[in-house]
Design a protein around this ligand. Structure first.
Ligand SMILES: Nc1ncnc2c1ncn2[C@@H]1O[C@H](COP(=O)(O)OP(=O)(O)OP(=O)(O)O)[C@@H](O)[C@H]1O
Ligand SMILES: [Mg+2]
Length: 338
């Protein structure tokens, strides 16, 4: 706490875009956010990962001054989210599960209004709106009122609106939920560009591959608590073993291949077979050289060989004790409805 205060005295030189310490939010008897700590370095992309109802949106809303924490401290570039909320609001952009655009106006009109509110001239505002609509593939829909937009189009417009000012810190709450793969990739590019040009991004997602692709660091939230934190690689390493996969040219060699793997890797019961492929855990990736030599000596020829780190899905499953698959399904359905 003292450390936070000290940094707060010199807010302009803080290396932290976000510091949260012990954030709590209770709705009735539901502790939606139950003591969350987060530190997001300025200039990075930070991913907050968790299943439905984990407390992601509630955490963001507190950090974005939209909801008052019941306990704990939140600072944005050293400014207190409760006591200095007026300054914090000038440093952040928020998009996501609470879009704030006017339904009856067109996409262009919405962006022009945002731009004008931020002090751009009429000409600049029109140009900015046209540029952003083109970048997000919305030019054709530009004149349509928002109430006729699909869920994906809304999300794109929402992010476009937040880019007008390009604030130092941007909160993106599930920026790609319900988007088609092409638009999703485009969104990732835009997010990377935001960070390259000086912003910090804190995003929430239920998609493990999204966090894997984008985030420098990740916090996994489950039931209102941070259950794991680190770089993607650290999280993957923390749950241990890589896995070896190989396929032999001649299926008759499988039993001998298995024997060889057992001898070299000193594993047995955990070796599995699937559609002609052999999978085995690898505690020490370095052993792969020994294994290949042993297989060649035994005259066993391979058609395929790979060593893989665990996926984030496996990490998530290990950490929370439950998968995200069911949540992602309901999420897709939600995206389709939107
Ligand atoms: N305004 C509110 N009033 C009452 N309960 C709420 C409110 N907002 C959130 N909750 C509850 O707090 C918990 C956390 O919700 P939150 O929206 O933060 O989760 P989330 O991680 O963002 O989930 P999702 O992935 O579905 O967006 C849930 O149990 C939710 O029902
Ligand atoms: Mg949410």
């Amino acid at each position: 706490m003292d450390q936070l205060k000290k940094k707060g005295n010199d807010p302009h030189h803080t290396e932290w875009a976000v510091e949260a310490h012990g954030l709590v939010k209770t709705f009735g008897d539901n502790r939606a956010v139950d003591g969350v700590d987060l530190n997001v370095r300025a200039g990075s992309i930070y991913g907050v990962l968790g299943p439905n109802g984990a407390g992601k949106t509630t955490t963001i809303r507190m950090l974005a001054t939209l909801l008052k924490p019941d306990a704990g401290i939140g600072r944005i570039f050293g400014y207190d989210v409760t006591k200095e909320s007026h300054i914090v609001r000038q440093l952040i952009g928020v998009t996501g599960q609470y879009a704030s655009v006017d339904e009856s106006l067109s996409a262009t009109e919405n962006l022009v209004i945002f731009s004008r509110l931020l002090g751009l001239s009429r000409g600049e505002a029109k140009k900015k709106a046209a540029d952003l609509l083109e970048e997000f593939g919305l030019t054709e829909a530009a004149k349509r009122p928002l109430k006729h937009f699909s869920g994906g189009m809304r999300r794109r417009l929402d992010l476009a609106a937040s880019l007008i000012a390009q604030p130092p810190l941007i909160f993106l709450d599930e920026p790609t939920t319900g988007l088609d793969p092409r638009t999703r990739a485009q969104m990732w590019e835009t997010i990377r560009r935001l960070v390259k040009t000086g912003s910090t991004v804190l995003l929430t997602t239920q998609y493990l591959d999204e966090a894997d692709q984008l985030a420098d660091r990740i916090a996994v939230i489950d039931r209102g608590k941070v259950v794991a934190e680190g770089t993607v690689d650290e999280l993957k390493t923390s749950i241990g073993t890589s896995s070896l996969q190989l396929r032999v040219q001649n299926p008759l060699d499988i039993p001998r291949a298995r024997q060889t793997i057992e001898q070299v890797l000193k594993v047995s019961s955990t070796i599995s077979f699937e559609a002609g492929r052999i999978n085995a855990p690898m505690l020490d990736v370095d052993r792969v050289t020994d294994l290949l030599i042993a297989l060649r000596t035994a005259g066993i020829h391979l058609t395929e060989m790979s060593v893989q780190k665990p996926t984030l899905d496996e990490v998530f499953l290990t950490i929370t004790g439950h998968g995200v698959a069911a949540d992602e399904e309901s999420n897709k359905a939600e995206g389709a409805r939107a």
